[in-house]
Write a protein that binds this ligand. Structure first.
Ligand SMILES: Cc1cn([C@H]2C[C@H](O)[C@@H](COP(=O)(O)OP(=O)(O)O[C@H]3O[C@@H](C)C(=O)[C@@H](O)[C@H]3O)O2)c(=O)[nH]c1=O
Length: 177
């Protein structure tokens, strides 16, 4: 595994190292020893998948409040997404900054998102699926969100948003802590 820093503190792109032979390839997509060695958390409690019928579907921007904060490790398993994270940790040098990542099926890449970030994605192709590990149990009462078009962040989405849940369209304007 290769660990590539992003512009946001503690968020990391993980590149797998496929070993190829005449059958195809083999790679590690999770390795406790290598990830812990790179300073990443490895205690995952759920493995989730979501499927989206149409390009232009937006899910996010989500987080869970402490003490239910989550690390997430995101993989695009079918199609293509613009995956976006926002650093919402007031004590971070990259507080309120966002970064977007082009993830697509078969790219051998995963995005490691630390606790304290909002996360969301926009599908760039029809029939797109996303798989992700999370480090804390789903706790609806601790759920928080940031609206995808909140002017506080000015996220530069790669395509028009055409499908979104009522919940995600209605997150209020961000209020700094
Ligand atoms: C996230 C989640 C949802 N659910 C249920 C609640 C609801 O009935 C249905 C769909 O939930 P949502 O609309 O919240 O699903 P979704 O919008 O896909 O939520 C996800 O969005 C991405 C961007 C993330 O980062 C994830 O952590 C998660 O928040 O699934 C669970 O049972 N367990 C879970 O862990």
């Amino acid at each position: 595994m290769r660990f590539i820093p992003t512009t946001l503190k503690d968020a990391v792109l993980i590149e797998a190292e496929p070993r190829e032979d005449h059958r195809g390839w083999f790679e590690r997509t999770f390795c406790m020893e290598e990830m812990a060695g790179a300073g990443l958390k490895t205690g995952f409690v759920q493995h989730n998948s979501s499927y989206n019928h149409a390009a232009g579907t937006l899910r996010g921007m989500h987080y869970q409040r402490a003490p239910h904060s989550e690390v997430k490790v995101i993989t695009c398993t079918r199609g293509r997404i613009q995956d976006v994270i926002i650093d919402l940790r007031p004590d971070s040098p990259t507080y309120l900054k966002w970064e977007g990542f082009d993830l697509k099926a078969g790219d051998h890449r995963q995005l490691y998102i630390p606790e304290g970030f909002a996360h969301g994605y926009l599908t760039l192709e029809d029939a797109t699926a996303v798989s992700y590990l999370v480090s804390a149990a789903y706790t609806p009462g601790a759920e928080g969100g940031v609206r995808w078009d909140d002017p506080a962040f000015g996220i530069d989405w790669a395509a028009e948003v055409s499908v979104i849940s009522e919940k995600d369209a209605a997150w209020p304007d961000f209020q700094p802590a």
